[in-house]
Ligand binder design. Structure first.
Ligand code: GDP
Ligand code: MN
Length: 397
């Protein structure tokens, strides 16, 4: 589950990570009030107005702007709220902005230069350890840095038994070329950041940029936080931060029905049990010249009620021209799944307006095929993977 920048920053701050202070606003007037309050507290007078959407690259899309006075706060906030922000990480239609973060400008000139760093905390799946990835090249795409100057990206792996050790925090500060106060600040920053990551059961923190201010403080200017959805039961307060407006409505509905569904752009709906088989099925559809319309794992109990729920979700996508059901009957017998398909189909009647191809393999596959073939419904059965793909191709042609 992803958090908004302002929510991520609040989480970090609660663990002692220094952040660029800010207040979230739902409209231009609230933005002005927020700016006034921040000015009272810190007094720089300049503010940055930042679109709060679940996508990075907002700066490039015009979703992050500097306001030099309250009039500019009002006009910029008014312009950003309600816009469809297009960034390199959104679709071409963009994402509707419902709120902005009004933050104090922390790039003000001082005795020394400001610098931007990159820092993330994530799981290295190769060895099952968390690692801190960081770079002197902050503020830009880390993908570009990785491509062009990979030697400027450092990693520090953390032993889960000890957590981050003081020498590791010092190594990070040293590799980032810091000294004096900024060095000390960075060791504190990275230590609290790691603690926040572990204790919130996050799966990704990406802080880009981490800023060294002109008075040598180290703070998070941006925050991308992804929480591990499987651990949310331990964090009721964090679970409440979910913003359904940022998610696809079909995915939200599928989630409520207990279906693991991801919306895609193609024309072949998929209903599969098991995530691995679902991925393989999507490959198969592509190979046969189609494009998967979705990823859908119906889980272990593919009974009539679940199959029907899955049909309804898949058919909400108007692009769907055929549905491929690919079920491996191991624990759940194929004949029961086949009966579920037949019952769901009969129950839905005209709501099903595209051809259905069913491939059932495993326990009682032959009885299942018989059941489908004798049902009199517009459902094609297949036994082999390739046969199913060919049938999909035939109905799309
Ligand atoms: P992103 O584009 O979605 O990654 O959003 P960021 O929060 O990273 O903001 C984009 C860029 O805006 C940053 O890389 C900074 O260079 C700039 N920025 C952010 N906060 C401030 C600020 O307080 N003052 C100034 N002048 N620039 C800022
Ligand atoms: Mn950023």
């Amino acid at each position: 589950m992803n958090l908004h920048e302002y929510q991520g920053k609040e989480l970090l701050s609660s663990f002692g990570v220094r952040i660029q202070r800010g207040i979230v606003a739902q409209n231009a007037d609230e933005a002005v009030e927020a700016a006034k309050k921040l000015t009272e507290d810190t007094g720089t007078g300049w503010h940055v107005i930042k679109a709060q959407v679940h996508a990075g690259g907002r700066g490039k899309g015009g979703g992050v702007k500097l306001a030099k006075n309250l009039d500019e706060v009002k006009s910029i906030a008014g312009q950003i709220i309600g816009m469809d922000l297009v960034t390199p990480q959104t679709s071409a239609e963009g994402k509707r902005v419902h709120q902005v973060l009004v933050a104090e400008d922390v790039y003000y000139p001082g005795e020394t230069e400001t610098s931007e760093f990159y820092m993330s905390v994530l799981l290295n799946r190769a060895n099952g350890r968390n690692m801190i990835m960081y770079s002197t090249e902050g503020g830009m795409d880390i993908e570009t840095v990785a491509e062009e100057t990979p030697h400027l990206i450092f990693t520090e792996e953390i032993d889960p038994a000890t957590g981050i050790l003081p020498f590791q925090a010092r190594k990070v500060a040293f590799n980032l070329g810091l000294s004096g106060l900024a060095f000390k600040e960075m060791t504190k920053f990275v230590t609290s950041l790691y603690k926040a990551y572990v204790e919130s059961d996050s799966s990704l923190f990406e802080i880009n940029p981490v800023l060294k201010t002109s008075d040598n403080k180290i703070m998070a200017v941006d925050a991308k936080v992804t929480l591990d959805a499987n651990a949310l039961y331990r964090h009721k307060d964090l679970a409440e931060l979910r913003d359904l407006r940022e998610e696809s409505p079909i995915e939200v509905e599928a989630g409520a029905l207990g279906l693991n569904y991801v919306d895609l752009d193609g024309n072949v709906g998929c209903m599969v049990n098991g995530a691995g088989l679902a991925m393989a099925t999507m490959d198969l559809i592509k190979q046969a010249g189609g494009e998967p319309a979705n990823f859908l794992d119906v889980g272990g109990t593919a009974d009539a009620a679940r199959v029907e729920a899955a049909f309804r979700i898949i058919l909400k996508d108007p692009e769907v021209k055929a549905i491929l059901i690919n079920i491996f009957g191991g624990i759940v017998r194929c004949d029961r799944v086949a009966q579920g398909v037949v019952d769901a189909y009969k129950n839905m009647g005209d709501a099903i307006n595209v051809p259905i191809i069913v491939r059932l393999q495993g326990t009682n596959a032959d009885i299942a095929k018989e059941l489908i073939d004798s049902s009199g419904l517009d459902v094609m059965s297949a036994t082999e993977f390739q046969e199913a793909a060919d049938k999909v191709q035939a109905v799309l042609a």
